[in-house]
Design a protein around this ligand. Structure first.
Ligand code: SF4
Ligand code: ZN
Length: 301
């Protein structure tokens, strides 16, 4: 196969776009695609101070790299979860990445917050992943607001977005359907959130990471349960193989026509968050989940 642009030998084949690219033309395609998403969805501008959540995985690092290359004002945030055999390696990858790409980095250590994940796991009767996810979202938001960032970015890709949309649709989960998308405006104590890679698949991100020689963290977390989202991703990959382009079409049609009725419904019927009585973080009632988890860990000492 030849590169669509320069006719050199293609190294990346993209059936969803019915085309292929050489290494240099693929990078331009990828970067233009991110730039177009930022512009069309009005995610942010060159004046914004952007905080990007860096787990050490290829998606978040690819996201930080492309935003930096495009000239945006990017800072990194890494949450050190203190998980044995995983967190130290992830943190090392993020530190080396930020160092070599001149990206200022904030590290938030859960050990210092009394929320190290192994101890959280010990006091929970249910899955640690939902508590871990809640803790990460809490500190992403808190650091963004406390440190004066105007935008909080994450490296969610099209496959992540599709898996989440599919899961929400199977449950007709209106609150989550109404706030799914590449941009969530700041409101009720939440920072403005963006997902600049929403048009790019996991495969495209992996290629971008590989062609840029990115070192990334891929050792699975010892608590990783084989999430349901993995099953949805598998299903969608099968569908995409039969019908190239289906993922992007499904997602963009949802943004264009499907989401608004859910938003309207939530506006009229949904419950508004209130500040946590303890820490001020938005919650549905009383004391937020993170404060309650912290109490449970402290009581177990
Ligand atoms: Fe946290 Fe679960 Fe992910 Fe491990 S697999 S980092 S516990 S969300
Ligand atoms: Zn709280």
């Amino acid at each position: 196969m030849k590169c669509k642009v320069c006719k050199a030998t293609a190294v990346v084949s993209l059936p969803s776009h019915n085309t292929g690219f050489c290494a240099d033309c693929f990078m331009s395609f990828y970067e233009r695609s991110v730039e177009r998403s930022i512009r069309r969805q009005k995610l942010f501008t060159f004046e914004d101070k952007i905080l990007i959540a860096l787990s050490g995985g290829k998606d978040s690092l690819a996201c930080a790299l492309v935003l930096k290359k495009l000239g945006y004002n990017v800072h990194g945030l890494h949450i050190d979860l203190a998980i044995p055999d995983s967190s130290a390696a992830a943190r090392g990858v993020v530190e080396r990445f930020c160092d070599s790409h001149d990206i200022p980095l904030i590290i938030k250590k859960m050990e210092e917050e009394g929320l190290q994940i192994p101890r959280v796991k010990k006091v929970l009767s249910r899955s640690v992943c939902s508590a871990c996810g809640r803790i990460k979202r809490y500190f992403f938001n808190k650091v963004a607001i406390d440190e004066g960032f105007t935008v909080l970015a994450t490296g969610h890709n099209l496959d992540d977005e599709i898996a989440r949309l599919f899961s929400n649709t199977l449950r007709w989960d209106i609150p989550h359907l109404s706030d799914q998308g590449p941009l969530l405006e700041a409101e009720n104590g939440f920072a403005r959130k963006v997902r600049p890679l929403f048009r790019l698949t996991e495969f495209e991100n992996a290629n971008y990471a590989f062609l840029n020689d990115l070192e990334y963290h891929y050792a699975p977390c010892p608590y990783s349960p084989g999430a349901t989202s993995t099953a949805y991703k598998k299903l969608w990959n099968q569908l995409e193989e039969e019908m190239p382009g289906r993922k992007l079409a499904f997602y963009t049609a949802f943004l264009a026509h499907g989401r608004e009725p859910f938003r309207q419904f939530e506006k009229e019927e949904g419950t508004k968050p209130v500040p946590c009585e303890r820490c001020g973080y938005p919650t549905s009632v009383g004391i937020c989940g993170v404060c309650r988890t912290r109490d449970a860990v402290a009581a177990d000492e």
